[in-house]
Design a protein around this ligand. Structure first.
Ligand SMILES: *Cc1c(COP(=O)(O)O)cnc(C)c1O
Length: 429
């Protein structure tokens, strides 16, 4: 459930008509609902109630300061995958002891920053990383709490680009080597083993792959404890999928996910960490875009929008589906027209949807892409020198721009022309 609903024929974000925001900030823009973000976070809290746990929001899905502050104030921890995300989480006021540092290629500089700023745990992914982290910690006179990310070799049955738990993926260490790797970790002076970490992929629409992975983690917990390791935390990753096509998808609910965790791992007396991103932020955001032209082609019509693949890359990168709805509610039996929905970028890949049925559109009409709150703004770029689009946060009847649209001067001024070019520019003839 989200808080983007029609009222009196107009699409609202909570208590604010989206057309009002569009009139003030211009299109395209992202809009997030605070109530939806909090609702989704609390679903996980409820799902794990009774188990010691920490829900760490995956910052990479939506890293806006306002979003992090909102969730952080509600008690969320954060899962970060770079020094930049770590800095964002800290800047949003999240204490270090609620920040988990994941990622396959942490640099020594990133490790140092996190150790100095405070960190709950590093999820380490290889032996060379373990050794580097130990050295950095020793050089600072501290010990780094770690979980080792194990790769359980299960098929997450999701898009190949976001499946991470098969042995051919770059992530984690093979679970079959875990005992040896934990022995190595325990022997390193700068590390303290606190748990086990696993994350098998994103947008999973079935609990079964999670269950298989968690069963292997439960077994490994017993093995490692028998070898003397103090396994007290299990980080189970993120990845629970969301319904992108409202009409025909029903992925598992957080409550069922929590029940499964209890079944598989509840007896182990461990603190449970989970790292959901998409399920918290995905359906808490939409992207609003305006129609520039409607172009009748030979065998199809194109709806040319002012948003493009640089603003929302998921359709061209992952063949992802986003429901697209008009801001003005269509009458129940309204006519439908069939469109290829595209942006202005000079690539055929800049296509949001093919053969999509929508009420007939005209230039100036506004549409919303649903489920755009995760992996939307964070993956956007300024390709074609299209400024990053603004982000807006709504809370009840209030709304605020939480990232303004940069001006073209600002974008151009980021470049630096070397002296030996500017001296000669245009005046040498
Ligand atoms: C991407 C990622 C997540 C979040 O995945 P979602 O599908 O957004 O829930 C969590 N943990 C790790 C290690 C990740 O790489």
């Amino acid at each position: 459930m989200d808080h983007f609903l029609y009222r009196d024929g107009n699409l609202f974000a909570e208590d604010v008509p989206l057309a009002e925001i569009a009139a003030e900030v211009g299109t395209p823009f992202y809009c997030y609902s605070a109530a939806t973000l909090l609702r989704h976070f609390r679903l996980f809290e409820e799902a794990l109630a009774g188990l010691p746990h920490l829900v760490c929001f995956a910052v990479k899905s939506n890293s806006n300061q306002a979003v992090l502050r909102l969730l952080g104030q509600a008690g969320a921890g954060m899962d970060v995958v770079s020094g930049g995300e770590y800095a964002r989480a800290k800047a949003a006021g999240v204490p270090g002891d609620r920040i988990v540092f994941s990622g396959v290629g942490k640099t020594r500089a990133e490790m140092r920053a996190a150790l100095e700023g405070g960190i709950r745990q590093f999820n380490v992914e290889s032996e060379p990383e373990m050794e580097a982290l130990s050295e950095v910690a020793v050089s600072l006179g501290v010990t780094a709490p770690i979980a080792v990310r194990v790769n359980p070799d299960v098929d997450a049955k999701t898009h190949a680009k976001i499946a991470t738990g098969k042995s051919e993926n770059k992530f984690g260490i093979p679970i079959s080597r875990a005992a040896a790797v934990y022995a190595r970790a325990a022997a390193l002076p700068g590390l303290e083993v606190v748990g086990i970490d696993v994350h098998i992929g994103s947008q999973l629409t079935d609990l079964e792959p999670f269950r298989q992975a968690y069963r292997k983690v439960a077994e490994l917990t017993g093995t490692l404890r028998a070898q003397g390791h103090d396994i007290r935390r299990l980080d189970l990753g993120g990845g629970l999928g969301i319904p992108y096509a409202r009409s025909n998808e029903a992925p598992p609910l957080p409550l069922d996910y929590g029940a499964m965790i209890r079944e598989e791992l509840g007896h182990l007396d461990c603190e449970i960490e989970i790292e959901p991103g998409r399920l918290i932020s995905g359906n808490a955001g939409i992207m609003v875009s305006g129609v520039i032209y409607v172009k009748a082609g030979e065998d199809r019509s194109f709806l040319i929008l002012d948003a493009a693949m640089n603003d929302l890359v998921r359709p061209s990168m992952y063949d992802a589906h986003h429901d697209i709805v008009p801001l003005v509610e269509p009458a129940p039996a309204a006519d439908q027209a069939r469109y290829d929905v595209v942006g202005p970028v000079c690539e055929t890949g800049d296509t949001f949807a093919r053969g999509r049925d929508l009420p007939p559109c005209a230039p100036g009409d506004l549409v919303a892409f649903r489920s755009a709150g995760a992996y939307g703004a964070v993956m956007s770029s300024e390709y074609n020198t299209r400024p990053l689009i603004p982000e807006v946060l709504v809370q009840g009847g209030d709304w605020a721009v939480i990232r303004p649209r940069p001006g073209l001067d600002e974008i151009i001024a980021r470049d630096r022309v070397p002296g030996w070019l500017s001296a000669a520019s245009g005046e040498d003839a």
